[in-house]
Design a protein around this ligand. Structure first.
Ligand code: ASP
Length: 552
């Protein structure tokens, strides 16, 4: 609010104070609100039509000169912003992010309350709860040599609540995972943790669809959101988009064309096929937007990925692929094939005349990874993704297990408490473990995973079998999971749930490019809190109490 300091309306002492005021001081002003004189209104401000004629001014506190300007177009280094986070948070955009986050959490609470859920807190000091990451440990003073672990999620606790007859539980839960912080992760983050008894996949996902669509429509209506959210199986997502979190705002679908590639005499293709690889094709509409340097960049990236290689076919002219003539197809060197073959390729890839077809050869994993990253590169380059659309989708039927090459053992794709798809339990005794579908599902949006969950195992025998496949000895199972297996023995109901990440959702809704923009006091990439200077050394006496000696 603009304040007018007029010596005629102020005591001399107050006017002296007013003259000394500097930016960021904390002041108290008493006065009369009036319309601004004609022509001096500021339409950019919510209070731009009025001003206060000050009658008294008190300086409640002075301020040092801030290390950066407190405005939205701040160009301060992020570490400086985090070091002085309390000033950074004064910026209007950050205030807006805090407000949006509050509104999202409030919406979640109200929505779930309306659906009969109870919000229940679970402990932070707990025993290790494996979700695939390393634990943060807290040493016990009263039992030297023993440790608590901070929960990677309240997974087992929420399942125990189902055994307690809670039926519908949720919590805005802090989760802790000691991971090397890739790209945009935080060592502590917030999930909406949720669990329900007597449900199947569609009960959980319908509830979640209503929640997300409601949040967007109510709180950020500038985004378009389409309901019902489409469902894709994991296999379908990988085949069509090379990723289990595809951005569905645009097409750029891909197709396996290994059989067509086998018909060529191109040596690279045969080398890859002989090693169990695949060749996938992706059609890029209207190649006009792509320059020679784009193509070179794509080839370089393909090489970096260590995939077998990239080739391409350019189609000229206009109209459906079926009308192609010999001179309309420009094939990469090494690919000499008759026009009938090109037409079959174009039809399989969904390409029309005027399009470009990119062919990628490699192991299924590499070919998919490369084409998926190329999909996002091209979408950005050709501006295919509407920034005002939120394309939500559910990905289902994830595989139960994936082979960990480094550790030489099977890992759960989701986590060990996930149930196998019904009718596939017998496969757990066979050797085709990689192909057992599970009852796990994800919610994805614009290329990000927003939530993961599953229908759980609720019977001891099946749960023990899964632990066995994951390589736990019966003693380890008893030691680590004895409590939950015992609980299953007391009439545990069938149950399932999901855990949407709140930080990422708010970041997407706020249009923020990092989770740090929507967390009041975040950590840096190296896990540091620059404001408090954590992590930090502690007093020797504290370590002594805990019976701990540091070795390096
Ligand atoms: N606890 C799981 C996770 O944090 C989600 C779930 O299955 O509910 O990923």
């Amino acid at each position: 609010m603009q304040v007018v300091l007029n010596p005629e309306h102020l005591s001399q002492a107050d006017y002296d104070v007013a003259e000394r005021l500097r930016s960021e001081w904390c002041v108290q002003v008493t006065g009369t609100v009036r319309k601004r004189p004609e022509g001096s209104e500021n339409p950019a401000l919510a209070t731009g039509d009025v001003e206060v004629m000050a009658e008294s001014v008190t300086a409640l506190n002075q301020s040092l000169t801030p290390p950066f300007y407190i405005t939205d177009d701040v160009h301060a280094d992020e570490s400086l912003r985090l070091r002085y986070r309390y000033l950074d948070l004064r910026r209007p955009a950050m205030q807006e992010n805090l407000r949006l986050r509050h509104q999202v959490v409030k919406y979640i609470r109200d929505y779930l309350d309306g659906h009969g859920f109870l919000e229940i807190e679970t402990p932070i000091l707990i025993k290790s709860t494996p979700e695939g990451a390393r634990d943060f440990l807290v040493p016990s003073r009263m039992q030297p040599g023993s440790f608590y672990a901070l929960p990677q999620s309240p997974q087992q606790l929420k399942q125990l609540l189902m055994v307690s007859g809670v039926e519908r539980y949720f919590q805005i839960a802090r989760c802790f995972r000691d991971e090397d912080l890739r790209a945009d992760r935080q060592p502590e983050f917030t999930q909406l943790d949720l669990e329900m008894s007597f449900v199947n996949e569609s009960d959980v996902l319908t509830l979640i669809e209503g929640l997300y669509a409601g949040i967007v429509r109510e709180l950020t209506p500038k985004f378009k959101v389409k309901t019902p959210f489409p469902y894709l199986t994991y296999a379908d997502a990988m085949a069509r988009y090379g990723s289990d979190k595809p951005d569905l705002r645009y097409g750029l679908e891909m197709a396996d064309v290994s059989d067509l590639a086998a018909e060529t005499e191109f040596r690279v293709f045969h080398g890859i096929l002989d090693r169990g690889g695949i060749i996938k094709a992706m059609a890029v509409p209207g190649q006009g937007g792509l320059s020679g340097s784009d193509m070179r960049r794509m080839e370089e990236v393909a090489k970096e990925f260590g995939a077998g290689g990239m080739s391409h076919v350019r189609l000229t002219g206009e109209g459906p692929a079926g009308t192609l003539a010999e001179e309309d197809a420009l094939l990469s060197p090494g690919l000499r094939m008759p026009i009938e073959w090109v037409i079959r390729l174009a039809e399989r890839a969904g390409a029309n005349r005027g399009d470009l077809i990119i062919l990628m050869a490699g192991s299924p994993k590499l070919a998919n990874q490369w084409l998926a990253s190329m999909r996002s590169y091209l979408a950005e380059r050709l501006e295919l993704a509407d920034p005002h659309t939120l394309a939500f989708a559910f990905v289902t039927d994830f595989p139960m297990f994936e082979w960990d090459d480094d550790a030489h053992r099977w890992d759960s794709t989701h986590h060990p408490f996930t149930a196998p798809a019904s009718g596939h339990e017998e496969m757990l005794d066979g050797d085709d473990l990689a192909n057992i579908p599970s009852r796990a599902y994800d919610l994805v949006c614009n290329g990000s995973e927003l939530a993961s969950g599953s229908i759980r195992i609720h019977q001891r025998e099946l749960q023990e079998k899964i632990f066995g496949i994951l390589g736990y000895t019966p003693e380890q199972v008893q030691e680590r999971f004895g409590h939950i297996l015992e609980a299953f023995d007391y009439g545990a109901p069938p149950h399932g749930g999901i855990a949407p990440g709140i930080d990422r959702l708010v970041a997407i809704l706020a249009g923020a490019d990092s989770l740090r923009e929507v967390i009041a006091f975040p950590k840096t990439q190296s896990g540091s809190d620059l404001l408090f200077g954590a992590p930090a050394a502690v007093d020797f006496s504290q370590l002594k109490d805990l019976g701990i000696r540091t070795v390096e």
